[in-house]
Design a protein around this ligand. Structure first.
Ligand code: BG6
Length: 478
C-alpha cells in the first residue's frame, strides 16, 4: 500500500509567547502589561494579580528567560534544529505602552523588526499572535479591560499598525490566543489573562464573559478583514485551546452532556470560522435572560472577517459525566470532568492522550473544512540536568513522539489539512498557569529557577537532537 507523507512545506517549528520568554519588561519604552502584575504561583497555589508592581512581590515574567536580550543566540539554536517557523506574540505594551495612544513606540516596533529579520535570515517563517495574555495594564485600570468596547478600537488600531509594519516579513498571524479559556469564567486567571476581566468579581460573571467575547470576536474579525486589505497573502487564524471532552460512558445522558460541553469549544470555532453565532448559544442566552449588547454593523463584520485557518493548542483530553458537579475551577478540572481510567496524567494532572489529538483534528476539520495548525503541544515536566549537565528528557520525547504519530495519521489517513506543528515552549519559559520556571517544556534548557536564581545559560536537552531528526526527515523518523 502506498505510504502517504506529510506535505513537503509542512511548518515544523516551536512556539512561545512574548511575556513568557522576553523579560525586559520595562525596557525599550515598554509599558506595564497584565503579565507584569501577576505573581509566581505553583501547582495548587494560585498566581495573584497585584494593584501595580510592588517591591515585595516576585513577578517571574519581568525577567522571563531574557529572550529580549538573547534572541539571536536562541534563534541560532532554533535554526540548528531546522525550524521552518517560529511562533511568538507581539507584546502589545511594547508597541502601545498604555494601549490608548495614537502613536506607536518606535523602539518596540524596531525590536520586532530585528527579531523577524533574524528569523528570516535563517529561512524561519514568523508566526505571530497579536494577543497572548499580555494586554497593556492601563487598559484594565482605566477602561475595565475588554468589558469596554473602546478596547476593541484600541486593539484594531494596534493590529493595523503591526500588520502594516511587518506586511513584508510576517505572513502567518493569529488574533487571540486560547480565546475559549474564558468559557471557564469561574477561574479568575483565565478571564484576567485573556481580557483583563476577573469574571467572579462581576455581578453576572457569565453574561459579562459573553459580552467580553463579543467584543473580541468583532475585534478578531476586523483584524482579519483589514489584514487581508494590507496584504492579501496574509493567512490569519483564530486560536483555541482544544481539550476534547469525551462522554465518560455510553450512557445517553453522558453522551448528551459531552455534546453540550463541547459547545464550550465549538462556539469559538463556529463564530471565528463561519462568521455568525450558532443557534445553540442564542437559545442559551435567551434561557438565561442574557442581553449581549451588539452594534448593528457587528453581524456583517463577523461574516466578513472569517479566519483563514484554526490554530489550536492540544495538551490533554478530559472525560465528562452527567450529574458531576466540579468545583468550577478549571485549573482543578473542568465542570463535570472525571478521571479517565484509560489515560495517565502529568504531575500537574494534565491527562496524556495522543489519540485525542487525532480525534480533535478530525472533528475540527470535518466541521470547518479549513486548514488547521497545531500551534501548541508539549509536556511540562521537572527537568534535572545529569552529571554532564544534560537533561535526558526521554519522557518528553515519548510524549511528543506519540502525539506526532497521531498527527501524521490524521493527515495521511484521515485527510486532515494541517499547516504545521509547533511544540509549546521550545525553549524553557515561565508557565502561564503557575508562573513556575520548573514546569519546563523546552528542547533548550534555561538555567533559571523558581526562586529567581540562575545564570540564564542555554543548553541542549536530549530532545533537541531528537526533534532535529524529526524535522530533517519531515516526520518520518520519530
Ligand atoms: C497554553 C498557553 O494554555 O498552554 C500557553 O497558550 C501556556 O501560554 C501553555 O504556557 C502551557 O501551559 P502552562 O501553564 O503549563 O505554561
Amino acid at each position: 500500500m502506498k505510504q502517504c507523507q506529510l506535505p513537503k512545506d509542512f511548518l515544523w517549528g516551536g512556539a512561545v509567547a512574548a511575556h513568557q520568554v522576553e523579560g525586559g519588561w520595562d525596557q525599550g519604552g515598554k509599558g506595564v502589561s497584565i503579565a507584569d502584575v501577576l505573581t509566581g504561583g505553583a501547582h495548587g497555589v494560585p498566581r495573584v494579580v497585584t494593584d501595580g508592581v510592588r517591591d515585595d512581590a516576585f513577578y517571574p515574567n519581568h525577567d522571563a528567560v531574557a529572550f529580549y536580550s538573547h534572541y539571536k543566540q536562541d534563534i541560532a539554536l532554533f535554526a540548528e534544529m531546522g525550524f521552518r517557523c517560529f511562533r511568538t506574540s507581539i507584546a502589545w505594551s511594547r508597541i502601545f505602552p498604555l494601549g490608548d495612544e495614537q502613536e506607536p513606540n518606535e523602539a518596540g516596533l524596531q525590536f520586532y523588526d530585528d527579531l523577524f529579520d533574524e528569523l528570516l535570515k535563517y529561512g524561519i517563517e514568523p508566526v505571530v499572535t497579536l494577543s497572548h495574555f499580555e494586554m497593556p495594564w492601563h487598559l484594565v485600570k482605566e477602561y475595565g479591560g475588554w468589558k469596554n468596547r473602546k478596547v476593541l478600537d484600541f486593539f484594531v488600531h494596534y493590529s493595523d499598525v503591526v500588520m502594516r509594519r511587518y506586511r513584508n516579513k510576517v505572513k502567518y498571524w493569529m488574533t487571540f490566543n486560547e480565546i475559549n479559556n474564558q468559557r471557564n469564567y469561574k477561574t479568575p486567571l483565565f478571564g484576567y489573562c485573556c481580557s483583563g476581566v476577573v469574571f467572579p468579581d462581576e455581578p453576572n460573571p457569565e453574561e459579562c464573559m459573553y459580552q467580553v467575547l463579543h467584543h473580541q470576536f468583532v475585534a478578531s474579525a476586523q483584524a482579519v478583514k483589514r489584514g487581508h486589505e494590507i496584504n492579501p497573502d496574509f493567512q490569519i487564524g483564530c486560536m483555541l485551546a482544544c481539550v476534547p471532552l469525551y462522554p465518560y460512558s455510553c450512557n445517553p445522558d453522558d453522551v448528551m452532556y459531552a455534546e453540550e460541553a463541547m459547545r464550550e469549544r465549538f462556539l469559538f470555532g463556529d463564530v471565528h470560522m463561519r462568521g455568525y453565532y450558532p443557534s445553540y448559544i442564542l437559545r442559551e442566552w435567551e434561557r438565561k435572560g442574557f442581553n449581549i449588547v451588539m452594534e448593528p454593523q457587528d453581524a456583517q463584520i463577523l461574516r466578513e472577517g472569517c479566519a483563514d485557518y484554526m490554530g489550536l493548542s492540544y495538551y490533554m483530553s478530559n472525560a465528562v459525566q452527567a450529574g458531576q458537579k466540579g468545583s468550577g475551577d478549571a485549573l482543578a478540572g473542568f465542570e463535570g470532568s472525571v478521571p479517565n481510567p484509560y489515560v495517565k496524567a502529568s504531575e500537574w494532572g494534565w491527562q496524556i492522550d495522543p489519540v485525542g489529538l487525532r480525534y480533535s483534528l478530525c472533528v475540527l476539520y470535518e466541521r470547518y473544512q479549513k486548514p488547521l495548525f497545531i500551534v501548541e503541544n508539549g509536556f511540562g515536566a521537572i527537568d534535572k540536568p545529569d552529571a554532564e549537565g544534560v537533561v535526558q528528557d526521554d519522557y518528553r520525547i515519548e510524549y511528543l513522539k506519540a502525539h506526532i504519530e497521531q498527527m501524521k495519521k490524521a493527515v495521511t489517513y484521515d485527510g486532515v489539512e494541517l499547516m504545521g506543528y509547533t511544540p509549546w515552549g521550545c525553549i524553557d519559559c515561565v508557565s502561564f498557569t503557575t508562573g513556575q520556571y520548573s514546569k519546563r517544556y523546552g528542547f533548550i534548557y534555561v538555567d533559571k529557577h523558581d526562586d529567581g536564581t540562575g545564570t540564564m545559560a542555554r543548553s541542549r536537552k536530549k530532545s533537541f537532537n531528537w526533534f532535529k531528526k524529526v524535522i530533517e526527515s519531515n516526520g518520518a523518523v520519530l
